[in-house]
Design a protein around this ligand. Structure first.
Ligand code: COA
Length: 260
């Protein structure tokens, strides 16, 4: 997949790692990253050999330091709205059918935090720093920050992050529920891969349906969500993987899921 200039893709077994590769600009999200990222995700979602996706940033310093501020100049409201509303990386991650883990290795700011929020799990290094700093530029989050952050950590904490625009450290991010786990920087990749491989062992169709059901929880009322859950639960009963999972349990062996 060498056709990309701003991202790179590596496959390690059943885990694909997508790296935003602009370390000299702290991996800021410009329109090329969005374009190439969306194209890569379109490919990876149809690649049966990939069961879990990890997204990270290149270099030691940053996951992603936000939207590329240099692209804000000269933008009209209409063109800026289209950039953030159309085929964005945020939307492609949100609708990606396989589990996505953000491996946050440093600054996770603005659009970077919004990208991490679109992922299913967030794992970070002890030196990671999180912020929605848009207010300091006289603007506001536009890539899902006000919506996904609020749903994840609650209105009071989201309001404080968004109104102040200050950075918080990894321990606060863990306490707020913004990240799932924190590791020393030199263990981040190994621990993230361990988690990714553990998920990759599970039944792919059931994983996809779990994602759909959990995401629906914050986008519907309880009755609608419970109805959707039972429909998705029933679909699991049509899969070979359900037969394999149940047989393996009864035969006291490890299941081998095929995604069928
Ligand atoms: N957009 C475009 N370029 C960015 C960027 C962004 N969001 N964040 C960092 N960069 C660039 C810097 O301009 C600099 O480029 P240069 O070397 O050509 O001048 C390079 O990345 C390194 O950043 P620098 O500011 O020199 O590093 P630092 O260690 O002094 O500071 C930060 C790190 C993250 C605190 C600082 O870069 C920053 O505040 N970035 C903007 C964060 C932000 O507001 N993001 C939200 C955008 S809506």
């Amino acid at each position: 997949m060498s056709e990309f200039e701003t991202i790179s893709i590596e496959k390690r077994g059943r885990v694909a790692i997508l790296t935003i590769d602009r370390p000299e600009k702290l991996n800021a999200l410009n329109s090329a990253v969005h374009r190439e990222g969306v194209a890569a995700l379109d490919m990876l979602k149809n690649d049966e050999s990939v069961r879990v996706l990890v997204i990270t940033g290149s270099g030691e310093k940053a996951f992603i330091a936000g939207a590329d501020i240099s692209e804000f100049e000269g933008k009209t409201p209409v063109s800026q709205r289209a950039t953030f509303f159309d085929r964005t990386l945020f939307n492609s991650i949100d609708s990606f059918p396989k589990p996505v883990i953000a491996m946050v290795n440093g600054f996770c700011l603005g659009g970077g935090n919004e990208l991490a929020l679109a992922c299913d799990l967030r794992i970070c290094s002890e030196n990671a720093r999180f912020s929605q700093p848009e207010i300091n530029l006289g603007i506001m989050p536009g890539g899902g920050g006000t919506q996904r952050l609020t749903r994840l950590i609650g209105e009071g904490r989201a309001m404080e992050m968004i109104l102040l625009g200050d950075m918080i450290g990894a321990e606060d991010a863990l306490r707020f529920g913004l990240v799932n786990h924190v590791y020393p920087a030199d263990q981040l990749e190994a621990e993230t891969m361990k988690l990714a491989e553990k998920i990759a062992d599970k039944a792919p169709i059931a994983l996809q349906l779990c994602k759909e059901a959990v995401k629906f929880a914050s986008r519907s009322d309880l009755d609608e969500g419970l109805r959707r859950e039972v429909d998705l639960f029933a679909i699991c009963f049509s899969t070979e993987d359900k037969k394999e999972g149940v047989s393996a349990f009864l035969e006291k062996r490890k299941p081998e899921f095929k995604g069928r």
